[in-house]
Design a protein. Sequence first.
Length: 567
Amino acid sequence: MPPPRVNWVTYNNATNRQCWNNGHSIFEDFDLSNPITRKTVTYNLDITNTTCNPDGHGEIECLLVNGQYPGPTLTANWGDYMIVNVQNSMQDNGTTIHFHGVRQFHSPGSDGVPGLTECPLAPGQSRTYAFNVTQFGSSWYHSHYSSQYGSGVVGTIVFEGPASANYDVDLGVYPLNEWYYVGAWAENALAAQELQSFGAPPNPDNILINGTNKDKDGNGQYSQVPIAKGKTYRLRLISIALDNYIRVSLDNHKMLIIAADFVPIKPTTAEWILLGAGQRYDVVITANQAAGSYWFRAEVATECLSGNNFYGRAIWTYSSVQPSTPSSSPWPEPSDCLEPSPLTPFWYQPVPYQPALGNMNVDLTKAVITPDGSNMVVWALNRSIDISWMYPTMTYLLNGSITNQNLNTYPFPENLNVVPATSETHWNYWLIQQSGNASLEPAAAANVLEQIVHPIHLHGHDFYVLGQGTNSTYSGTSQLNFNTPTRRDTASLYGNGWLAIAFESNNPGPWLMHCHIAWHISEGLGMQFLESPSQVTLPDRTAYDRECSAWDEYYATAYYKKTDSGL
């Protein structure tokens, strides 16, 4: 558990949330300045094979962190140093832990991505991740080993810091996700099978709110939240979904959005909020309605081509009355698939104008990503990524194979899908577009999948969202916002549309960019930026080699082999 912080946060209270300690506040550029607390927060995470039953429907096989679902919340203050020790106590699974949205500034070896920053952690082995907490807000951690996090290797993160609006009480994290009774591994295989005929993956069986819900037969229990009349509450909405876009609301109560991912924003009001996998919104809710019980709703967004077999519900009750089954009515539900807008960063910088953007296409293609050499339909970002668990990108860097001088000509294997980033302090501009699939037959069926919305996530950086288009074609920089763009680490590539992003090269390392739909990155929808290889802060070579040797020894006789991209 983290150490106590007696009298540490002395300038942040219910009437002054914009301020922090030692003169820091929400008004500063957190890229250039953040506290240095000289405090270390340490967590020990043990991943085990077990069972769980979050909605009362029945026990299924789960892979849990410290025996709970979701795993424990990792909490630190802005400016702390965090150490996370991970023990793999599973018998038949490798694993890694990725800290979603955490920049890992000059600590790429702790990004937790097999095939890029490390070898998978073999059964019986342990690994230490360590990094400076240079951000504040809400996020989550998860395994990046195929679709493993859908079986339970997942938890939430809170980095305490200032906020763009005042509130009385911090309710903490509120993770949202689908639940599959057949298990995530089986669901991933079914999704890949359906893709071969351009079909959709099976629907989830339920939606969980804060790790629980009732099933459609009434088993299980709702998340219950007590609130007091007149108080204001901060709630940290975190999508830990595998596939679906989830839309949330609280009947009769509007939500004031104060942060998008790890970025504080100028407060904006919403009745419903749409979250793609990996996205987070911190909101403030005012308890200003008649005393009673109200539904908190989590619905899959059918407009985003999401589907489910049941819906998510929680009950919020004013403390002056006893909890009861709500009779409240929902807000009118939107008929589109759009992220909240506007999401203007509270502190922002203009992005240098650039008339030309690099181009990446999200497409379906055919590639070999299985040990038996099958030529399968897979997702691609220009091409399909298929990493090596035995020889990660970090190994090339440790061996001195790649330098700033040979980065653009180094003959990487095509399956690694490496794209050189610009040199330090320069900007990267990318246009990501949905493209047609005329090369696949039947083309009409393949093109239906271009209507899918993809939550695109970048490791090692926030990016600036210069523009987005749905059911439209990018026509030029007149459509882009360089002055006050949204900043975040996960943004939506809309159906039949485009997404224009920019980020500055200021964090050397190999950084994954991918669709956060678990089935899609499993099927290859990702690539890696390699940034300033000569300046990368390298992990300890002795520990790195020991972990990779342990993995090689385990994998030589492992029953379960890599059957997808490995991510």
